[in-house]
Design a protein around this ligand. Structure first.
Ligand SMILES: Nc1ncnc2c1ncn2[C@@H]1O[C@H](COP(=O)(O)OP(=O)(O)OP(=O)(O)O)[C@@H](O)[C@H]1O
Ligand SMILES: [Mg+2]
Length: 459
C-alpha cells in the first residue's frame, strides 16, 4: 500500500477542506455508507440532499467526529482526521433540535464554547517559539517513523487480503486489522498538530478573559440579530430565535466548517425562508464552509454552491444546482431534483432519438444506436403552441392547477400524462399542441436500480 505517497502533505491552500475517500460505515453488519467520496473546497455551501435513511446525518456525524468510519479516510486539508475526537476538529455542529442548554440564558448558551477558547500570550520570550520549531521537527520525525512502520505492516496484510488463496474468515480478520491500523495512522498524521496544541496551551496561549468574552458575545449577538435578548431564557424563544442562538453559539468559536443537520425543518414556511437567506448571507460574509442537510430540494437548489444527492448510502451525483437540474445522471436524480416528464427512449443515431413512437432531434450524440435510454423533458421546457402541423405531440388537457405565476397542466398524450408548466391559461378538455426546443430533451442511461421504490420525491 502506498499510503505515504498518497498522503504527503502539500500546501494547505491547495487541499480540499474536506475530502471523504472511499468511506464505508457499517451498522450491525450493514453498510449504511457504501464507498462515499466527496471533495469539498473551503468556502463552499454544500448541501446533502436525499431521502430519509439515505445516510445524510451519518456523513455529517462522521465529519463532525461523532461517528467513526468503518473504513476509508476523512481528510481535513489533506490529513486523515478520522482518529480525532470532535473537539479536536475545527468543526461546529447545529443539530435539528438546536441542542441549547435549557438552564442557561441566551448569553450563557453562546459563551459556553468560548470557555475553551485560547488566545496568544503577550511578551513570551522568543526562545519558546524556537523551542516549538525544534520540537515540531522532532515530533514530525517520530510520526513519520511510526507511519512508515504502519505502511509496511498494512501493505503486508493488504497483500494477504488480495491473495485469492486467503480464506474468507482470515480475509475478514486481516481487513479488520488493517482498519484498526488505519486509525493509528490517522493518529500519527495528526500527532505533530496535537503536540503543538499542547505546547501552545502550556507556554504560548491563555484562556480568554471575561471582558474579552463579553466583547465576543456582543459582536456575535449583533451579527445574528439577537441584540437585547442576552438575558432571555432560551426555553421561551421562538423557533427562529432559538436557531439564531444555536448559530451564534457555533460561530463564536470560529470554526472552519459548520455542519447543519436539517436546522430549518422545525420552522414554519415564512421564518424558514427568512432563515435560509440569513444563513446564506452569514456564510458568505464570514467565508465559512457550510455542510447542510435537507430533505427539501427547493431549499437545496436555492442555497447551495453544490449539492450531493445521497441515495442508499452513496453519493449518486455531486454538482452545482443548475447542472443537477439540467443534466441529472439518471431518472432517480432527475425526479428527486424537480418535476419531470420521463419517456422510455431509444437512441437512433447521432442527434436522433425515438420515444412516443416518433423520432425527435436532440443535441445528444454520445450513445450507441439502439441503446435504451430515459429521456427527460422538464415541464417548463414544453410549450403549448398554436400550429398543429409543427406540433411534436398532440394531447388533451385533463387537469389544471394554478401555482402562483404559472399554471400546471396535466396533458394526456396517447394515454401518457405529460406535465406542462406555463404562464398561459387554457381550459380543461382542450386539445393542445406541444413543442420544445432542441436542447429540452436530456437523455440519460437507464438507472440500474430503476425498479426500486422512489420515496420522498416530492417532499
Ligand atoms: N447508531 C445507529 N445504529 C444503527 N443504525 C443506524 C444508526 N444510525 C443510523 N443508522 C441507520 O443508518 C441509515 C442512515 O441513517 P441516517 O440517519 O444517516 O439517514 P438520514 O439520511 O439522515 O435520514 P433522515 O432524513 O431520516 O434524517 C439508516 O438506515 C439508519 O437506520
Ligand atoms: Mg438525518
Amino acid at each position: 500500500m502506498e499510503r505515504n505517497q498518497q498522503r504527503k502533505i502539500i500546501n494547505k491552500d491547495e487541499q480540499p477542506i474536506i475530502d471523504l475517500v472511499n468511506v464505508v460505515k457499517e451498522f450491525d453488519g450493514r453498510n449504511v455508507l457504501d464507498d462515499v467520496n466527496m471533495r469539498i473546497q473551503k468556502g463552499e455551501f454544500i448541501t446533502l440532499l436525499g431521502p430519509s435513511g439515505s445516510g445524510k446525518t451519518t456523513i455529517l456525524r462522521i465529519i463532525g467526529g461523532f461517528e467513526w468510519v468503518t473504513r476509508g479516510e476523512v481528510k481535513f486539508y489533506g490529513k486523515d482526521i478520522k482518529d480525532l475526537s470532535p473537539h479536536k476538529r475545527d468543526v461546529s455542529t447545529i443539530f435539528q433540535d438546536y441542542a441549547l442548554f435549557p438552564h442557561l440564558n441566551v448569553e450563557n448558551n453562546i459563551k459556553y464554547g468560548l470557555r475553551l477558547k485560547r488566545i496568544p500570550k503577550l511578551g513570551i520570550p522568543k526562545s519558546f517559539q524556537n523551542k516549538l520549531i525544534s520540537n515540531k521537527a522532532k515530533w514530525t520525525k517520530i510520526a513519520n517513523l511510526e507511519m512508515k512502520k504502519l505502511d509496511k505492516t498494512m501493505a503486508q496484510y493488504q497483500k494477504l487480503i488480495n491473495n485469492p488463496k486467503t480464506i474468507e474468515k482470515k480475509r475478514e480478520k486481516y481487513q479488520s486489522l488493517v482498519d484498526d491500523m488505519d486509525f493509528k495512522y490517522s493518529y500519527w498524521e495528526n500527532y505533530c498538530d496535537l503536540k503543538t496544541e499542547q505546547y501552545e496551551k502550556k507556554y504560548l496561549t491563555r484562556p480568554i478573559s471575561n471582558i474579552e468574552m463579553d466583547k465576543e458575545v456582543k459582536d456575535i449577538m449583533k451579527l445574528v440579530g439577537l441584540e437585547g435578548n442576552e438575558k432571555k431564557n432560551v426555553n421561551y424563544l421562538s423557533g427562529g430565535m432559538k436557531q439564531r442562538v444555536a448559530l451564534a453559539r457555533s460561530l463564536v468559536i470560529e470554526p472552519e466548517i459548520l455542519l447543519l443537520d436539517e436546522p430549518l425543518s422545525a420552522l414554519d414556511a415564512k421564518i424558514r425562508e427568512k432563515m435560509q437567506h440569513f444563513l446564506r448571507d452569514i456564510q458568505q460574509k464570514l467565508k465559512l464552509t457550510f455542510i447542510f442537510v435537507t430533505h427539501d430540494r427547493n431549499e437545496a437548489l436555492q442555497l447551495s454552491d453544490r449539492i450531493a444527492v445521497i441515495r442508499d448510502g452513496r453519493v449518486e451525483q455531486f454538482d452545482v444546482p443548475k447542472k443537477l437540474y439540467d443534466y441529472p445522471i439518471n431518472k432517480w436524480v432527475a425526479n428527486f431534483i424537480g418535476d419531470s416528464n420521463f419517456f422510455d427512449a431509444k437512441f437512433i443515431s447521432k442527434g436522433k432519438v425515438q420515444f412516443m413512437n416518433k423520432i425527435f432531434s436532440t443535441i445528444h450524440e454520445e450513445f450507441e444506436p439502439e441503446e435504451k435510454l430515459d429521456a427527460l423533458i422538464r415541464p417548463e421546457d414544453i410549450k403549448i403552441v398554436k400550429n398543429k402541423i409543427k406540433a411534436k405531440l398532440i394531447g388533451t388537457i385533463t387537469k389544471s392547477t394554478y401555482g402562483g405565476s404559472y399554471y400546471n397542466y396535466k396533458i394526456n398524450v396517447k394515454d401518457k400524462t405529460i406535465l406542462v408548466e406555463t404562464p398561459d391559461k387554457y381550459d380543461v378538455d382542450k386539445e393542445v399542441y406541444l413543442d420544445w426546443e432542441l436542447d429540452a430533451i436530456h437523455l440519460m442511461k437507464k438507472d440500474p436500480k430503476e425498479n426500486e421504490v422512489i420515496e420522498n420525491v416530492n417532499v
